[in-house]
Design a binder for this molecule. Structure first.
Ligand code: ADP
Ligand code: MG
Ligand code: MG
Length: 904
């Protein structure tokens, strides 16, 4: 037969009922009930009481609101036991026992029924208590609280009329606090309350203590299915079938005078993690008075003066409970006439800073192991240290005016600038600027770097704005289509609001939210000593390497300071976007013949060599993977649409031109635009993503590969000559056939030999390729013949596996796919283990059959995603590579993956 009730002294029986599994004990008794019984077994002073199980709640709901068979008998027996333990009687006049009826689900859940205190009181019981305690005020105060709580919580009545009645009585007696009401006023209040219930509620206030107990219990069960509990469970992803337990606890009274009180206590500071008790209390108070905020509470340090014995005991109990649960505790306590009682303990909520410090401190104190400390910090908490955030207080009463894609985390507050030059100028003047654009282009980078944040009204997760923002750790929101930018009036309109250039805006790259005005932020703190410590421990556990996606020496140096062990991906084309270089690149692309192309390429080689030398120096002694030119060339040219508009414009002006000089100038310009249009048209493709890009560029224009290889080796030789230790690795993108790689490799090897010969010095190097096309994954045993290393380009591999263009999809149908649960996870955020992961597995098997120890990595954005990192660990990859700002997160996630794999 199912057992419905466990006394607080029966934790062993409860454990036995669920195979000694503590998680299931919490499931059966709820978190509050399980911990109360657990504390009792530790000798912590807990008032006698019992828990009605969550199974009883489920049976009650299944039985349409009938108490399951046997439950009430078990409750009556448990009440007898409480009476025995306390030496009091429930509903009796001889030393009356009052109880608290408290809900408690497995997971702490706002939205569940509130606690009802002082259950068991009626006029008769009150009279007996007054006689016994001689404290009429205290007993009547408890009585009026019971009627008030019962009416609002159990009977579901509106609370305002009760407060109104109280206010009237305070007015009549000229007092400010309820606690100062004289006994006769309290007595009158109880009567007014009951009269109000009789007049307004279908159920009258029950005078019989057992009716009170039963109705309160049933109300707790019902509250499991209340609207707000339901909504909360939806949001918090808690199952609907867990049910709630009911805890019936003997009342202890914090409101018997100044030798009594009630409070809350954290075993450590939940804001900064300092190992110091933190809490508030009130003397002569009960229940929720402390959190209700209508009386000023005292800080816990003062308890040592007010109630020294209780304070000392409380400190010892906090330590004891931390040792037992090996976690920071959040406790509720009451002191009745100098005697301390614990009413609750649970794991305390904390900020990211506190979480990190507490994990480290607890490991240092020997409470937990280093591995546990590493496991207790979440990747999100580490991420928090890297980006300024809006403070929760400032967001509390703000609503976002719009939302876009949360492409680069962190909060940014600044004045709106609509063009990069202005952003740069204002930035130089020391102003905080948010650059707001339809979309950003390579020409905008200087303004983006000067800005504290970037906001675009179109553009997806891999848009230029998103990539650059992530690269430089700038908070960014893209694709905020609700924002209307009018460049003529230089204003931004969203809904009914209009912002002029120079006015304040706040964007949250973590959530994608946009706020008007200046929202308060809290600063990042990457040098935090506890974060450094826990990441150092993470490094001891992880086996997966962590490298950076970085194209720039300064960024590479930062990545290294964050713990990067090399560069896993340098997108060499990013170096072409510099406004000074772009014209040279364009000349190279549009060159009418090989001679002119080579001339442009020579110029490009100069700056590439300097770029590469900078990277080798920043990553001295560590591998630097340089990827050959990857994007379709049209990306470096003005867009066809733009040129076309320009052409039409010039033609119109030509028609209206008045003087010969203008005509000549316009004709010249027209012919230039016409030429460019012709070149752009020649490069135009229907599906550029699947067109002339990646290795196909190097095959059709081998001089580009030669130029880049030469720049790499010249830079390496130069750095080596200066005494450095460069480790260049050239990576060929978008290979789908081994022969492509073989041909490119031959070219690269030839250039290397030539450069080494000229310099009279050799440098060790590697040549590898990316696996980002299904055919490459399926033929990796052939590809590996020619590769020293393989790197999964999981962005493209995901696009090519799903046949989804990310930029198009994330703006459109992918949202519906996620909303409709056709896909449960965005495959561009987390590697799709079933499809893309499977291909990766096949590729690894094939490559390893050719070269067992071949170096393998991931260089897509997934390299910074904890779930993907775990997958990479399990597949035995050599490293993951991600942007500098994700490196600390990746170090932690890699350690957690190693620990999880070791544990299973
Ligand atoms: P919540 O889950 O909302 O914190 P609790 O069940 O913990 O609700 O009860 C709320 C408050 O009621 C507690 O903080 C405590 O002050 C008071 N309380 C609960 N049980 C008792 C009791 N047996 N005696 C005195 N006060 C109690
Ligand atoms: Mg509580
Ligand atoms: Mg790619």
């Amino acid at each position: 037969m199912t057992r419905w009730v466990y006394g607080f002294d029966e934790i062993d029986a409860a454990k036995a009922a669920v195979d000694d599994d503590w998680d299931r004990v919490r499931g059966l008794l709820g978190g509050k009930g399980a911990n109360l019984a657990d504390m009792a077994s530790l000798g912590v002073p807990v008032p006698p009481g019992f828990t009605i199980t969550t199974e009883a709640c489920n049976a009650f709901i299944a039985g349409d609101g009938a108490l399951p068979d046997g439950l009430w008998d078990e409750v009556l027996t448990a009440v007898r036991d409480m009476e025995e333990a306390s030496g009091k009687t429930y509903g009796g006049t001889d030393n009356p026992l009052l109880v608290a009826v408290r809900s408690g689900a497995k997971f702490s859940m706002p939205g569940m029924m509130d606690t009802v205190l002082n259950v068991g009181l009626n006029d008769e019981v009150a009279a007996a208590m007054i006689e016994r305690t001689g404290d009429e005020r205290f007993v009547l105060d408890s009585h009026r609280r019971l009627v008030q709580m019962f009416a609002t919580v159990v009977l579901g009545m509106d609370g305002d009329p009760f407060e109104e009645i109280l206010r009237e009585h305070r007015g009549t007696h000229g007092v400010i606090n309820d606690a100062d009401l004289p006994p006769e006023a309290l007595r009158a209040t109880v009567d007014s309350f009951r009269a109000h219930v009789r007049a307004r509620s279908a159920t009258p206030f029950p005078e019989d203590p057992y009716d009170q107990l039963r109705l309160a219990t049933e109300a707790v069960f019902h509250s499991w299915n209340s609207r707000r509990a339901f909504d909360y469970r939806r949001a918090a992803k808690i199952a609907d079938d867990l049910g709630t337990a009911v805890n019936v606890v003997a009342m202890v009274f914090g409101n018997t005078g100044t030798n009594s009180g009630t409070g809350v206590l954290m075993s450590r500071n939940p804001t900064n993690g300092e190992p110091k008790l933190e809490g508030d209390y009130l003397l002569n108070a009960q229940g929720e008075d402390v959190v209700a905020g209508n009386r000023e509470t005292k800080p816990i340090e003062q308890l040592a003066d007010d109630l020294p014995d209780a304070a000392e005991e409380l400190g010892a109990i906090a330590r004891r409970l931390e040792e037992h649960y090996r976690e920071m505790q959040d406790m509720e306590f009451t002191v009745e006439d100098g005697t301390l009682w614990l009413l609750q303990t649970r794991t305390g909520k904390r900020t990211a800073q506190a979480a990190v410090r507490i994990a480290v401190d607890m490991a240092d104190e020997g409470l937990i192991t280093k591995a546990e400390a590493v496991g207790r910090v979440t990747p999100d908490q580490v991420d928090f240290f890297l980006h300024p955030q809006f403070s929760p207080e400032s967001l509390a009463d703000l609503t976002a005016v719009a939302q876009g894609l949360n492409v680069s985390p962190g909060a940014a507050v600044g004045v709106v600038a609509f063009d990069p030059d202005l952003a740069e100028r204002w930035g130089r003047d020391g102003r905080d600027v948010v650059l707001v654009r339809h979309e950003t282009k390579p020409d905008d980078v200087h303004g983006m770097l000067a800005a504290t944040g970037i906001l675009t009204s179109s553009g997806g997760r891999t848009s230029h704005a998103a990539l650059v923002a992530r690269q430089f750790g700038k908070p960014a929101v893209t694709g905020a289509s609700a924002i209307d930018i009018d460049m003529a009036s230089r204003t931004l309109t969203v809904g009914n609001d209009t912002l002029h250039e120079g006015e304040w805006i706040s964007i949250d790259g973590t959530s994608g939210n946009i706020y008007l005005g200046k929202v308060e932020t809290v600063a990042p703190d990457l040098d935090n000593e506890w974060l450094t410590t826990v990441l150092g421990w993470a490094d001891e556990f992880r086996t997966l390497g962590v490298r950076a996606n970085s194209d720039e020496p300064e960024d590479a140096a930062r990545a290294r300071s964050y713990g990067a062990e090399g560069i896993g991906l340098c997108r060499t084309e990013h170096m072409f976007f510099d406004p000074e270089r772009l014209p040279i690149v364009q000349r190279m692309i549009t060159a009418p013949n090989l001679a002119e192309r080579k001339e442009a390429l020579d110029e490009m080689r100069e700056f590439q060599r300097a770029d590469f030398a900078g990277l080798f120096e920043a990553m001295d002694g560590l591998p630097v993977i340089l990827r050959l030119l990857d994007p379709p060339l049209h990306e470096f040219l003005p867009s066809w649409e733009e040129l076309h508009r320009h052409q039409t414009d010039l033609q119109l002006r030509l028609v209206r031109a008045a003087d010969l000089e203008t005509v000549e100038r316009l004709v010249r310009e027209l012919s230039e635009v016409h030429d460019m249009l012709g070149r752009v048209e020649a490069l135009r493709e229907t599906n550029p993503m699947l067109g002339l890009r990646g290795v196909r560029l190097g095959i059709t224009m081998p001089e580009i590969t030669r130029m880049q290889a030469r720049a790499v080796f010249e830079a390496a030789v130069e750095v080596a000559e200066r005494g450095g230790d460069p480790k260049p690795e050239i990576m060929v993108p978008l290979v789908s056939e081994a022969t492509e790689l073989a041909r490119q490799r031959q070219l690269i090897d030839e250039v290397a030999e030539a450069v080494f010969e000229e310099a009279g010095r050799r440098v060790e190097y590697q040549v590898g390729t990316m696996i980002e096309v299904p055919r490459a994954a399926l033929t990796s045993e052939d590809i590996a013949e020619h590769a020293d290393f393989l790197s999964f380009g999981t962005n493209d591999l995901t696009q090519t596996t799903f046949a989804i263009s990310r930029d198009d999809a994330e703006q459109a149908f992918l949202l519906q796919y996620l909303a409709d649960k056709i896909l449960t996870e965005n495959p561009f955020a987390s590697i799709d283990a079933k499809g893309v992961g499977r291909l990766m597995g096949i590729a690894l098997d094939g490559a390893r059959s050719t070269k067992p120890a071949i170096e393998t990595g991931v260089c897509g954005e997934h390299g910074g995603d904890p779930a993907s990192i775990a997958l990479c660990h399990d597949m035995g990859l050599t490293y993951v590579s991600c942007s500098a700002y994700r490196i600390p997160v990746a170090r932690l996630a890699a350690a957690q993956a190693a620990l999880a794999a070791g544990a299973s």
